[in-house]
Design a binder for this molecule. Structure first.
Ligand code: C5P
Length: 233
């Protein structure tokens, strides 16, 4: 199983993103592109980063009727990205349609990962706004199970949930985990954090790390430290 560190490139413009990526001369890291950058710069930023030799996780969290998601995924698949995601709350049918849309003529496709419940959603929000009167962790596990039944490759979750997700959905079902910080580092707005090493021990397959690398004085050194800690090399 390929474990890797994914850098969250949460920059507002292509210029700032490419300036940041210019730091990486040798190994080209796996990068995550989110809504802000994609909506401001469009597919061209994905093509440019891909052409520079990076793997790309396109974090657009699709959620719509199955037919619309299927067609949107078919378009994204042509961008030659490596990973993309959607909301498991869109139902098993939507997730199955997404997989169909994502699969290229030659049978290849990017990895498809589900968001279960956003970490910004509390149990109280779920109960009062979403009318889901169940413990949050139970909902996360059930949504992860739905994603695996639909044939998806994994979920975005906290490293704290990675072990339980693997137990419920299988060792090969991927856990992509944000909320990672170096020991003693600034946690910023993340509430529950883990070091790369601890996340690895909990079974995270991919860690998504943003500010500890993007805002480091020496981003390449921070990335290499993160890789070493996570991969135990
Ligand atoms: O800078 P930081 O390491 O906190 O960045 C984490 C990245 O992972 C951000 O792009 C954030 O939006 C994303 N993310 C998260 N928690 C989730 C889902 C995504 O932090 N539950």
């Amino acid at each position: 199983m390929a474990k890797d560190v994914i850098i969250a490139c949460d920059f507002a413009t292509a210029e700032n993103t490419l300036l940041f990526l210019d730091n990486f001369k040798d190994k080209k890291p796996y990068v995550k592109i989110g809504m802000e950058l994609f909506y401001s710069e469009g597919p061209s930023i994905v093509k440019e980063i891909k052409a520079r030799g990076h793997k790309i996780f396109l974090d657009l969290k699709l959620h719509d009727i199955p037919n619309t998601v299927k067609k949107a995924m078919a378009v994204l698949s042509k961008l030659d990205i490596d990973m993309v995601n959607l909301h498991a709350g869109g139902t098993v049918n939507m997730m199955k349609a997404a997989l169909e849309g994502l699969t290229r003529e030659d049978g290849s496709r990017p990895l498809l990962i589900a968001v279960t419940q956003l970490t910004s959603t509390t149990e109280d929000d779920m109960k009062h706004d979403l009318l889901i009167d169940r413990p949050l962790t139970e909902v996360v596990m059930e949504y992860a199970h739905n994603a695996s039944v639909a044939g998806l490759d994994g979920v975005v979750c906290s490293p704290l949930e990675a072990k339980a997700v693997h137990k419920k959905c299988g060792e090969d079902f991927l856990t992509v985990t944000p909320g990672v910080r170096f020991a003693g580092g600034d946690t910023q707005d993340q509430k529950r954090v883990m070091t790369p090493k601890a996340a690895s021990e909990e079974g995270s397959d991919y860690i998504v790390v943003g500010r500890p690398i993007t805002q480091a004085q020496n981003p390449v050194e921070a990335y290499e430290r993160c890789m070493k800690d996570f991969l135990g090399q």
